[in-house]
Design a protein around this ligand. Structure first.
Ligand code: SR1
Ligand code: MG
Length: 400
């Protein structure tokens, strides 16, 4: 079959010609499709049985460009193959934390995966003020399992080199290098700041003129580009998580590559900090807002502790190599400091760069939003520039 982007109208016909009929759907049943695409990059459809709507799958298809930007932002179709292989590795170590894979079509550059209904994209849940009591533990375990077992601590030297080879992902890591570490730090035409909040002009201007910040970001960018530490998700923000109060599922690993573990930790922490600060625009009752913020800050602290101790447990169980307690503590200290820096850069890019954070964007009043964005930029700068002084999660949380 020749590659052709699907539409709501063509999805049912496509699915009828695949092994999904018989495997997921009955051979002759009617199908309907909905367009679910709300991310920046791909086409996403839900296909369900007309007779039994609970029987459904998600189709994810690559376009030769980023959907939300257009043809001026080319992206390789082969990213779906990399995402499929990422899901396979993640499932090996984290089981059902990632969606099941039902079908892959290399010609159409698409895959069919498990429909995670009733899970909600976590960003949306954070805007609605929902608490997720198991989230910190589940995501901490996910990161410990997937990162340890794809690092030099968890696999043989030969297996690790093979991972580097199999998951070299230059266009997508190039997108991160540009969108996260470069464009937000100067007056780049891709920056959403140019089109959005004029109230932020003074603080953004001062960030662009900030040599200390520029040096710290250059250091983090080089760590991102050169530190081939483990097979990381590569885009582990709250839009890549689907949650219920009981369960955390991790989606969208198309930016995966062998890179610094702290980038996953930092992406997550930075986006949780944005959700924390954005509550000024979402929860008007101060008591309820303070309680919800305590839950977010507690989750940030807890996910770090779970990650560290789960990772340490796997390290101790795996054998003695490089495992003295003092060395482990040194190792986790470095990870925390790098995570603080990556978290700060992630926050800055979500406020100034191309890709948005809906919990901030949903604050309708520009002046009110600028107050939240200003606080976030100040905190983010501290995490980037002062990261060498951070030894515990409590050192990051001081500003929250
Ligand atoms: C054009 S891609 C923009 C962003 O969307 C993805 O989710 C990644 O976060 C990327 O940086
Ligand atoms: Mg994504």
């Amino acid at each position: 079959m020749r590659y052709e982007p699907l539409t709501v109208a063509t999805v049912p016909g496509y699915v009828r010609g695949t092994p999904l009929m018989g495997a997921v759907f009955a051979k002759d049943e009617g199908l309907v499709a909905d367009d679910l695409a709300d991310g920046n990059v791909n086409l996403v459809f839900r296909v369900r049985s007309q007779e039994e709507p609970a029987r459904s799958v998600i189709l994810k298809q690559a376009l030769p460009y980023a959907r939300a930007v257009g043809t001026a932002f080319p992206m390789p179709l082969e990213r779906i193959d990399l995402e499929r292989r990422m899901l396979t590795v993640e499932a090996r170590w984290a089981g059902t934390a990632v969606p099941a894979l039902y079908h892959y079509d290399p010609d159409m550059h698409l895959m069919a995966i498990e429909d995670l209904t009733p899970h909600l994209i976590m960003r949306e849940g954070l805007v609605r003020g929902i608490e997720y009591p198991h989230f910190a533990e589940q995501i901490g375990e996910f990161m410990a399992a997937t990162l340890f077992h794809t690092s030099d601590l968890g696999v043989s030297s030969a297996e690790k080199k093979q991972l580097v080879k199999d998951f070299t992902n230059p266009r997508l890591t190039g997108v991160t290098e540009d969108l996260v570490f470069t464009e937000p730090f100067s007056n780049h035409p891709n920056n959403r700041y140019n089109r959005w909040n004029p109230h932020l002009a003074p603080i953004v201007g001062s960030l662009w003129a900030d040599d200390e910040l520029a040096a710290a970001v250059a250091d983090l960018k080089l760590i991102f580009m050169t530190h081939a530490e483990a097979l990381i998700h590569g885009d582990l923000h709250t839009g890549s998580l689907m949650v219920t109060p009981d369960e955390t599922r991790v989606i969208d690993p198309e930016f995966g590559f062998v890179g610094p573990m702290a980038f996953d930790l930092g992406s997550l922490l930075g986006n949780l900090a944005l959700a924390y600060l954005a509550q000024d625009g979402h929860i008007s009752d101060p008591t309820r807002r303070a309680a919800y913020r305590r839950w977010i800050a507690g989750a940030m602290e807890h996910l770090w502790v779970v990650f560290r101790e789960e990772f340490r447990g796997r390290w101790n169980a795996h054998g003695p190599q490089w495992a003295p307690r003092a060395y482990q503590d040194h190792y986790f200290g470095r990870l925390l400091r790098e995570a603080a820096g990556f978290a700060g850069v992630e926050m800055i890019r979500r406020l100034i760069g191309l890709a948005h954070a809906l919990e901030v964007d949903r604050i309708a009043d520009e002046a009110e939003r600028a107050v939240v964005e200003g606080k976030a930029l100040t905190l983010a700068r501290r995490w980037v520039v002062e990261r060498e002084h951070m030894h515990e999660m409590a050192d990051l949380l001081i500003g929250l």
